[in-house]
Design a binder for this molecule. Structure first.
Ligand code: NDP
Length: 403
């Protein structure tokens, strides 16, 4: 049917590549291009298929991207590198008339804020060029938006309260490690918490608000309120929402180490001069931490990510919880990566599949909740991620609020 080009060769790209290979009739040729070509070669070596190719690219350079895209002629570019590269890759897609997909909103290297505004501003240009931009097609953002769209389509006339709950109850056996790119992860967690209430964005100190939330098949875990970019797109696309929050669990060890790193100034993104060389402390920390793509081998335990919603259906109050549970060992067996990379890489592949099959294809730039959720949620279990739902039950987030 066609060709896709993946940019990036980390944990997420590895998981996606292992899924693309399952649908050779759709993904006839795949090019994996990244800053370090050796990492692309390692992925392809494991997959061992002749229709996968590799290339070296600096995805901050629009000209380099344009010439590689012109050379390979993909139907879609899947940006599985870092949020810093989003605008350069979108610009290159525009110049070459090729559709685009990513898994995280743009972030400027010197300003750790995740906002969609810059990517949304490409809407008219993508529309004129007749190309589709699919934004935030991992798990969160990604499936959380698809879950919300599914709830809105089938179960609610109006959604009023939205809580995204993300629990990693796994143990990788390392002293300290992040589950995806350490620089992006630590920037996210060290930023102020922000949530939406009655038309306003309310800022808290980092990790200031926390609740003990119960997760299916896992039990209670301390969960911390963070800002996450899908809150911005979901309150825009579902204007009846009165409150929207995002919760994530962290172990005590993780939080203690993070506090020490912060206390020492080692999470700073301001460059310092060290023996005549300019270094960014957080980039140095990333360099010495375990590679998230390589955490899978001894990772045990489960991940649970879902959306808890309250609102109105046919004049009555309604509550609804929709979630997926993933298993680190199963993810590793299948793709050689842990469940967090897997939970991002599989939805990215399903999003590309929706595009290639003409199901999610419309000129412009869209968040995932703006497409039909049904075919996506029908396909996702075939590629390893099942989901479950419960209607009109007491929500775990409400129980946590009452404690
Ligand atoms: P990794 O750090 O493991 O991989 C990132 C890859 O991008 C690396 O191969 C890196 O190259 C490459 N890269 C970085 N800069 C450039 C550049 N200038 N040009 C070309 N390639 C570059 O990250 P992950 O795989 O863990 O995460 C990938 C993306 O997925 C991130 O944007 C992350 O925010 C997002 N994500 C989304 C989630 C979701 O649920 N929506 C959850 C988890 C992650 P090199 O090897 O040389 O460093």
């Amino acid at each position: 049917m066609g060709k896709v080009m993946i940019i990036g060769a980390g944990g997420v790209a590895t998981a996606t590549a292992h899924q693309l290979v399952k649908v050779p009739e759709v993904f006839e040729e795949v090019l994996i291009a990244s800053r370090t070509k050796e990492k692309c070669d390692n992925i392809v070596k494991k997959i061992n298929k002749g229709n996968f190719h590799t290339a070296q690219i600096d995805a901050m350079q629009v000209d380099e991207l344009v010439s590689l895209i012109r050379d390979f002629k993909p139907d879609m570019v899947m940006n599985l590198a870092l949020p810093y590269q989003n605008l350069a890759i979108m610009e290159a897609c525009l110049k070459t008339g090729v559709s685009y997909l990513d898994t995280a909103s743009y972030e400027s290297p010197d300003n750790p804020h995740l906002y969609y505004i810059e990517q949304w501003s490409y809407f008219d240009k993508f529309k004129e060029a007749g190309i589709t931009g699919i934004l935030g097609c991992g798990f969160d953002p990604g499936v959380t938006g698809v879950f919300t769209a599914y709830a809105a389509k089938h179960y609610f006339d109006e959604i009023h309260y939205l809580d995204i709950v993300d629990c990693n109850a796994g143990d990788h056996g390392k002293y300290f490690a992040t589950n995806f790119n350490a620089e992006i992860n630590i920037r996210e967690i060290s930023s102020p918490g922000i949530y939406y209430k009655e038309g306003k964005w309310i800022e808290t100190k980092p990790l200031e608000i926390h609740r003990t939330i119960a997760y299916p098949e896992i039990g209670e875990r301390e969960s911390y309120l963070l800002f996450h970019e899908e809150l911005e797109s979901l309150v825009k696309h579902y204007p009846t929402i009165k409150q929207a929050r995002f919760w994530m669990t962290f172990s005590e060890r993780y939080l203690t180490v993070l506090e020490v790193l912060q206390g020492l100034g080692l999470t700073s993104i301001k460059p310092i001069n060290y023996q005549g060389m300019e270094i960014v402390p957080l980039q140095f920390i990333k360099a010495i931490l375990p590679d998230p793509a390589a955490l899978g081998e001894n990772y045990k335990g489960k991940v649970s990510i879902g959306v808890q919603l309250k609102g109105i259906y046919q004049g009555k109050e309604r509550s609804y919880y929709i979630w997926s549970n993933l298993d680190h060992e199963k993810a590793y067996k299948e793709t050689g990566t842990q469940a967090v990379a897997y939970s991002t890489g599989v939805p990215a592949m399903v999003g590309a599949l929706m595009y290639m099959k003409d199901i999610w294809r419309k000129p412009g730039v869209y968040n995932v909740e703006q497409f039909d959720p049904d075919p996506f949620l029908e396909a996702m279990p075939k590629y390893g991620i099942d989901w479950q739902e419960a209607i009109d039950i007491p929500l775990p987030i409400d129980k946590a609020e009452q404690q």
